[in-house]
Design a protein around this ligand. Structure first.
Ligand code: ZN
Length: 454
């Protein structure tokens, strides 16, 4: 009898959970799973755009009408001649500037700008239950979407294993709000090439990346990560850095070219790409010789590196802002290193920009607390000589091209996913306006609308 009651209770719980899941899936998933036919019966949404920066064109357009059906943009045209479909839900953004949803190509949703006073990076791995880390990552994802970032390339979980694959699924299945995620799972480095470090050698400490030695282990790690859902593979090609004898920045190299080539060869075989953390020197040149698709940070780009990046079509994700945070005191070796990094990063960025290297917007959020504005990277890029439109494209169409999603998002154009944001001040006049996104639509659904209503 007792058993029977339990079975009945269990059945009720399971069916309730199933219903809840169904309703959630239909709330957010209809656009993802609905057929083209069912979409055509949905009433369209129309956005009136005062100014449209479409993510791809070099000039903005004024007084535009964007027609959205389901999760896609159907048409974009002049308000004077465009036909508003009958029964359309009209969103009036005629006083605002409209852009494609933004893309941050270097984030860590599983980091929270760990405060050294609270144990720093190590405590995140040693003390935090994985569920706590997942809860924080859920909040980070939501913060990104609130700020108009509808897509993230998240470049490793820092010891949280394949947690990013789970967060991505939770977003796709409609359980939590968040950007479209491209995840890279555990990342790869070598023995001596990643935290946790500085503990007794007798202890087998967990590491914030998967450690490999030799091409066989390197290829196997890539296979495992790709098998478990990595969209990109992230590799650390440099680790420690310090000020050298002649005042230069020295970066400890990690993987050999042979190890990296095994990873790149495997990953390209899966039709995917490799993002390489590299500051400069030996590790940076190994990264380029080994065929990395993107260079992350690239603090110290010499002329040879820049010409090789141009020749190979390598993407550059500079993450400038991150290096202005949390400098150690100026009279310490680490403090001097922190200042040297910035003093090399700025000319590296300028040289790459001038040479025509493909620069993509990335922040290292997570290294920076998620409470700070993601868009702080835009004024950094503009201060270093990038045109505002170029900076916007680095976070829209150019990033989409790097992600092999050219035309699918990162652009307001027919056929693209309806990822659309609005700001009240034209960012071509004031790039900081992107820190104050007032309207966010992802996949044709309004997530945030803070326009003043009358
Ligand atoms: Zn990073």
């Amino acid at each position: 009898m007792k058993n029977c009651v339990w079975v009945m209770l269990l059945a009720v719980v399971i069916s309730a959970a199933a219903q809840q899941k169904d309703s959630r899936a239909s709330e957010s998933g209809s656009s993802q799973s609905g057929s083209a036919e069912s979409r055509s019966h949905e009433s369209p949404t129309v956005i009136r755009a005062g100014t449209l920066i479409d993510g791809k064109s070099d000039k903005p357009r004024h007084d535009q009408v964007i027609v959205i059906r389901g999760n896609r943009i159907e048409s974009v045209g002049d308000a004077a001649t465009a036909k508003i479909p009958t029964g359309a839900n009209v969103i009036d953004l005629s006083k605002a500037t409209i852009l494609p949803g933004l893309i941050d190509s270097h984030t860590h949703i599983f980091l929270q700008g760990e405060d050294p006073a609270h144990g720093g990076y190590d405590a995140n791995i040693l003390n935090a239950p994985l569920a706590l880390r997942a809860a924080r990552a859920t909040v980070a994802a939501r913060r990104a979407l609130e700020q108009g970032f509808t897509t993230l390339r998240d470049v490793e979980t820092e010891g949280a294993g394949y947690g990013d694959v789970g967060i991505k699924q939770a977003i796709e299945q409609g359980y939590i709000p968040g950007p479209r995620l491209f995840v890279s799972t555990r990342a790869i480095s070598t023995t001596g090439g990643y935290m946790l470090e500085g503990y007794a050698p007798e202890l087998d400490m967990p590491k914030g990346a998967q450690i490999v030695d030799g091409p066989v282990e390197a290829r196997k790690a890539a296979r495992e990560q790709l098998d478990h859902g990595a969209d990109w593979i992230k590799v650390y090609m440099t680790h420690r850095s310090w000020v050298g004898k002649n005042g230069e920045l020295v970066s400890q190299p990690t993987l050999t070219v042979e190890e990296l080539r095994a990873i790149v060869d495997e990953t390209h075989g899966w039709g995917k790409k490799v993002a390489c953390h590299a500051y400069g020197g030996i590790g940076l040149h190994r990264a380029l010789d080994g065929g990395c698709d993107s260079i992350e940070h690239g603090l110290d780009l010499d002329d040879a590196a820049i010409s090789q990046m141009l020749k190979q079509g390598t993407w550059y994700v500079p993450t400038i802002s991150a290096y202005y945070n949390d400098w150690a005191p100026a009279d310490t070796p680490v403090g001097q290193r922190d200042r040297l990094r910035v003093s090399l990063h700025e000319p590296s960025f300028r040289k790459a920009l001038k040479a025509g290297v493909k620069i993509v917007f990335g922040t290292d959020m997570g290294g920076i607390p998620w409470t700070e504005p993601i868009a702080q990277e835009f004024p950094r890029m503009v201060e270093l000589g990038m045109q505002p439109m170029d900076a916007i494209q680095s976070a829209t169409s150019r990033a989409a091209t790097m992600l092999d999603m050219d035309g699918k998002f990162g652009v307001v154009a027919p056929g693209a996913l309806a990822d659309i944001i609005a700001v009240s001040v034209d960012p071509l006049h004031d790039i900081k306006a992107l820190e104050n996104v007032q309207f966010v639509m992802k996949d044709g659904k309004v997530f945030k609308d803070e326009r003043s209503h009358h």
